[in-house]
Design a protein around this ligand. Structure first.
Ligand SMILES: Cc1ncc(COP(=O)(O)O)c(C=O)c1O
Length: 393
């Protein structure tokens, strides 16, 4: 038997992929599965973007490219962000990565030392904690509360900052709770980071999935070049999860440091995908408007339906496409062990995929489930009906 390394055992796996595999297995057996599991948009990339990718392959973009990304895409990303947020990001301040996940991994690797303190929201996308543990950083959790609309708030962070704080991770709109951040909190936090000399890893991958108001980016603050490591990507807004394209914006010294790590890990992001993505950005996001309206309707629908289940407490998400209801009372009433048993039974007995809240937080996830509402309205209704009928059985 081959023995695996100690260092690899420090990494945690993202459980949504485990549930994805289980639901595919059930589908193969002919079960009519409704999946609120993995966070993947249910729309395809726009046809013109797929056409661009084919053309790029036909014109020979099938080889290696620069580790920090194709110049065409670095420039298109900076133009897109500048237009969107009225800022002046330069192409040299952009790196293209093999997904936002890789952007986060290489950024934390470039910035953190073992023993550094890193503040991570709780609950959160599990990658942040996994990579921080891998590096040996000291994790301080910033607990988010339903009573405060799960907001990441300046005052709560300030209380956790010490002289050893090296990094804070932000994610807004947030996975798994769907909260956004207020402009004043973002601004105050960037100021604090500047004064105290820590870095903000700001994962803004859901910036276009905002249902009320407009996203305020960390890049709109005056000191971003000193303190911000901004992460975004094509997976969510463009429905391009399988294309593995993400990007970073940061000061140019930091960007150039990323090159070596990226080079060791994956050489370069997929070249023809980058050429297509550059053109996609240049075409703008007019096509996305109806999608946002559709996702808002889904958000309203799933929130209403979950809220109508007696014993379920739920926050109405302001962004992203996740909802994080509290089923604690139901778990008790049904005599279940925990949210994991509930998620497993719903999958096996009703073909409904949901993720246990503890996939996102050991404590704050207890009794909770995460639903991704990247599914058609009729499937939302069908899925919740199945859950209700299981609860009544
Ligand atoms: C908050 C957050 N960041 C990053 C990612 C990863 O995105 P990518 O597919 O670009 O690696 C996800 C995917 O679910 C996410 O929810």
């Amino acid at each position: 038997m081959l023995k695996t390394s100690h260092i690899s055992s420090k990494l945690g796996a993202e459980e949504s992929f485990v549930y994805l595999a289980r639901s595919l297995e059930l589908k193969k057996k002919g079960v009519d599965v409704i999946s609120f599991g993995i966070g993947q948009p249910d729309f395809q990339p726009p046809p013109h973007v797929i056409e661009y990718a084919k053309q790029a392959m036909d014109s020979g973009f099938n080889g290696y490219g620069p580790s920090l990304g194709m110049p065409e895409l670095r420039e298109a990303v900076s133009d897109f962000i500048n237009e969107e947020y009225g800022v002046d990001v330069k192409p040299e301040e952009v790196a293209i990565t093999a997904g936002a996940k890789a952007a986060i991994f290489i950024g934390m690797l470039a910035l953190l030392e073992p023993g550094d303190e890193v503040i991570i929201p709780d609950p959160a996308y599990p990658l942040y904690e996994s990579v921080a543990r891998f590096i040996g950083a000291n994790i301080i959790f910033l607990r988010l509360h339903r009573g405060n609309n799960y907001k990441i708030r300046y005052e709560d962070i300030e209380r956790l900052v010490t002289n050893r704080t090296r990094m804070i991770v932000l994610n807004y709109p947030e996975n798994p709770v769907g909260s956004t951040m207020d402009q004043r909190d973002v601004e105050a936090l960037v100021d604090l980071a500047y004064k105290k000399n820590f870095v903000i890893v700001s994962d803004e991958i859901y910036d276009h999935f905002v249902y009320e108001g407009k996203h305020f980016s960390t890049l709109q603050t005056p000191y971003w070049r000193d303190v911000v490591y901004y992460v975004n990507g094509f997976s969510k807004t463009f429905g391009m999860t399988g294309w593995r394209l993400g990007y970073v914006v940061a000061n140019r010294d930091l960007i150039s440091k990323l090159s070596v790590i990226a080079n060791n890990m994956y050489s370069c992001p997929v070249t023809f995908a980058q050429i297509a993505a550059a053109k996609a950005l240049q075409d703008g996001l007019e096509w996305f408007k109806p999608i946002l309206n559709q996702y808002r309707k889904r958000r309203d629908l799933i929130h209403r339906h979950l809220g109508s289940i007696k014993g379920v407490h739920v926050f109405k998400p302001e962004g992203a496409f996740y909802i994080f209801p509290d089923f604690t009372e139901i778990i008790k009433a049904k005599g279940l062990k925990d949210e994991r048993e509930l998620a497993d039974r719903l999958l096996e007995e009703k073909g409904v995929v949901v993720l246990p809240g503890t996939a996102f937080s050991k404590d704050a996830g207890k009794g909770h489930l995460r639903f991704a509402f990247a599914v058609r309205e009729e499937d939302i209704e069908k899925g919740i009906e199945r859950i209700k009928s299981w609860l009544e059985s």
